[in-house]
Design a protein around this ligand. Structure first.
Ligand code: NAP
Length: 362
């Protein structure tokens, strides 16, 4: 098939770089347009990024000489592409506005930003968990008065290490969760070079993260209200979260305590995780991990250095599931924050939307 033309908005930033690297040899999508702030517009991509390239892999040759456009030149960027990925860093109001302008220009937006996560007719997707939520796009298009344009978002990176397991266990009635996340510095767009104070350090605060960690899973577990044309978040489980920055480059770990309404055995819980097959696996999407969740039996796993790249960073690792003395069970989860938790999650979401025919050639 002819590849779809894609723009990366915020292409010079850390998440933008990850998009470019993940899409380098993508079978369905081709990055044809790069856009960033007016500071970068008019420069070649290589000049605009300068010393800010943050990935371990080198900058792909084909993007180096591409001229960066201004994100706010919506008509120009839209005219060049079939859809766009958004990873701009602006105020929430500005992001909401600019993403809506792209949608209204009939350019679908798959966003890494949080600005639209609570817009009621914007689907917030983890493709393995709630692929059916994309149906809300029909209602959103009516509101925006578009035939093609819409906005879809992926959730926060902090929830990826536990929200999937809890969803897969829904037959056992997850009731209450206490979560502590141990989050990598790349989640703040940083490396140790630009955040040396993090070496050997722990910071017990990440602005806004605890609220996202407690609430976002509920939208993913929610349902579509066909009368109102909105996604209604689930009422439970109750989640309390504490989010801590640790001196790790990539990989968010979560330590989770959980109560169930039913009384599942450890074997039932593990088997539900490892046998789970989601829509991306059924559709054989290009970025889909073959195994969505692996369960590690060794007491000292999952470990960031050994397990963060499981399934190219698209898979989730769970371990240490055992009975608890206060809650029913406790476990530890690990997910790659900039692949599954950011650009990779958005690419997988765009693949799902393409397979479902919400995104196509203009
Ligand atoms: N890092 C992560 O793991 C992660 C995870 C989840 C969500 N996020 C979110 O994703 C977004 C991007 O994060 P990041 O870490 O990649 O940030 P970043 O490295 O600071 O990059 C920000 C990007 O936005 C562009 N930008 C800044 N101001 C702009 C403006 N006024 N108009 C147009 N473009 C503008 C920048 O262009 P210039 O280079 O021209 O300034 C750059 O391309 C943020 O909203 C962040 O909260 C990040």
């Amino acid at each position: 098939m002819e590849r779809l033309k894609v723009a990366v908005l915020g292409a010079t930033g850390m998440v933008g770089q990850r998009f470019i690297s993940l899409l380098e040899d993508h079978p369905w999508f081709e990055v044809t347009t790069l856009a960033a702030s007016p500071r970068s517009a008019g420069k070649t991509y290589e000049e605009a990024v300068g010393g800010r390239w943050k990935l371990e892999t080198p900058m792909p040759e084909r993007v180096k000489s591409m001229t960066v456009l201004d994100v706010s030149d919506v008509a120009r960027v839209s005219s060049e592409v079939d859809f766009c990925f958004s990873a701009v860093d602006m105020t929430k109001d500005e992001i909401r506005k600019i993403e809506e302008e792209y949608a209204k220009n009939e350019t679908p937006v798959v966003s890494n930003n949080s600005a639209h996560r609570w817009t009621e007719d914007v689907p917030m997707i983890i493709p393995e968990l709630n692929p059916e939520h994309t149906r809300i796009i029909e209602y959103q298009r009516k509101r925006l008065n578009t035939t093609n344009g819409f906005i879809a978002v992926k959730p926060n990176c902090s929830i990826q290490a536990y929200a999937p397991a809890v969803h897969i266990w829904k037959e056992f009635g997850p009731k209450r969760l206490a979560v502590s996340t141990y989050q990598a510095i790349s989640g703040a767009g940083k490396t140790f070079k630009d955040w040396p104070e993090m070496e050997g350090n722990v910071i017990p605060y990440i602005g806004g993260e605890e609220e996202k960690s407690e609430k976002e899973p509920l939208k993913i577990y929610g349902h579509i209200d066909e009368n109102k044309g909105v996604i209604v978040p689930a009422e439970g489980p109750e989640i309390t979260a504490q989010c801590i920055r640790i001196p790790v480059l990539n990989g968010h770990t979560a330590s989770v305590f959980i109560d169930f309404e039913k009384d599942p055995s450890k074997e039932e819980l593990i088997s539900a995780l490892t046998s789970y097959v989601g829509e991306p696996q059924k559709l054989d999407l290009p970025s889909a991990p073959k195994q969505f969740i692996q369960y590690l039996e060794d007491d000292n796993r999952p470990q960031v250095t050994l397990d963060v790249d499981f399934e190219r960073g698209f898979g989730i690792s769970i371990g240490r599931l055992r009975k608890d003395t206060v809650f029913d069970y406790k476990f530890v989860g690990l997910a790659h924050n900039t692949i599954r938790g950011a650009a990779g999650g958005a690419v997988l979401c765009a693949e799902l939307l393409t397979a479902q025919k919400y995104i196509g050639k203009k």
